[in-house]
Ligand binder design. Structure first.
Ligand SMILES: Nc1ncnc2c1ncn2[C@@H]1O[C@H](COP(=O)(O)OP(=O)(O)O)[C@@H](O)[C@H]1O
Ligand SMILES: [Mg+2]
Length: 294
């Protein structure tokens, strides 16, 4: 039984139900008979503990130091191990995921959302990295591209196109800074007061808010999330892209071509999806996006 693995303390009258995620990690909502509820996230394997632990570290750090960022994260309520598998418990957020919110939001709500995320990105660029990369930005990009090319030989021409773009930014490396690591619209919730809450932090190929911008663009420009049918209007997407592009230019400074770098990193987000795209439809979407953004 799954609840014995995830929550052996389940009492009569308590309820446990899975929340949908993509990473294969167990995420469950636990509602106690007493009325309290929380979310438990547990690694399904012993090997997965390392990554989940990094996520937990990031979430704790953000909880403590992110208060100036204008964005929140669920409070960590506890952590431990069951059968050697790491878990942590966190506050349950009631709200909408990013795409569902943007589908319904008023102009003022979209405006406020754009402001919060922009503030977050500026805050992140000033904040130190929790897992500082050991290599320069361009080296980290090369390492990532080489790894994908080895796993997915069909991406070869796109990998070469990206390498050519990296050559154009060589010598303008970005210093490491804070990074959410997987800032998709699925990994954020917006509560009824319009507060933005970040979930599901991850370590990243190079800690800096620019990969966060590229993850936002994965959905806003690359419509990755929307492949399941949830589409945000072009005007809302255009408005946010323009706002975040302005912030991206601030983050990289005048010596780097922000448009070129955002395009490069956006292509890289799709390149990174390539090894996980298994259905004909998903491979086709990834290929089309790589055509557009390389
Ligand atoms: N603290 C929380 N409160 C409410 N819902 C949550 C919470 N944490 C996760 N979820 C829901 O569960 C989903 C999966 O959680 P997430 O941490 O993103 O796992 P995964 O690593 O599998 O993507 C989220 O997209 C969100 O809908
Ligand atoms: Mg997630």
């Amino acid at each position: 039984m799954v609840h014995e693995r995830v929550y052996p303390d389940l009492k009569k009258g308590d309820r446990i139900r899975p929340l949908k995620g993509l990473s294969g990690v167990d995420v469950f909502l636990i509602q106690k008979k007493s009325g309290t509820s929380f979310v438990r996230k547990q690694s399904p394997t012993l090997e997965g503990n390392i990554r989940l632990n990094k996520q937990l570290d990031k979430q704790k750090w953000f909880m403590q130091r992110g208060e100036d960022s204008k964005v929140l994260t669920p409070e960590i309520l506890g952590e431990g191990e069951i059968g050697g598998r790491l878990y942590f418990d966190m506050e349950r957020i009631v709200g909408l995921d990013g795409v569902s919110f943007l589908q319904r939001a008023s102009y003022q709500e979209v405006e406020a959302f754009g402001r919060f995320i922009s503030e977050y990105l500026r805050w992140a660029s000033e904040e130190e990295s929790l897992f500082p990369p050991r290599t320069s930005f361009s080296e980290s990009l090369h390492t990532k591209i080489d790894a994908v090319e080895e796993k997915c030989p069909w991406t070869l021409s796109y990998c070469d196109a990206l390498r050519a773009k990296i050559a154009l930014i060589e010598g303008h490396d970005l210093d490491a800074a804070w990074c959410h690591g997987d800032l998709t619209f699925e990994n954020m919730m917006i509560d009824s007061s319009g507060r933005v809450v970040f979930l599901d932090f991850l370590d990243n190929y190079h800690e800096h808010p620019m990969p966060d911008v590229s993850k936002l663009f994965q959905d806003l420009r690359g419509l990755w999330y929307s492949r399941h049918g949830k589409v945000v209007s072009a005007s809302v997407r255009g408005f946010l892209v323009q706002r975040f592009m302005k912030v991206a230019a601030e983050l990289v400074g005048p010596s780097v071509d922000a448009a070129l770098l955002t395009e490069l990193l956006l292509a890289l987000t799709f390149l990174r999806i390539a090894p996980y795209a298994t259905s004909v439809r998903d491979i086709d979407i990834v290929r089309t996006r790589l055509e557009s953004f390389t």
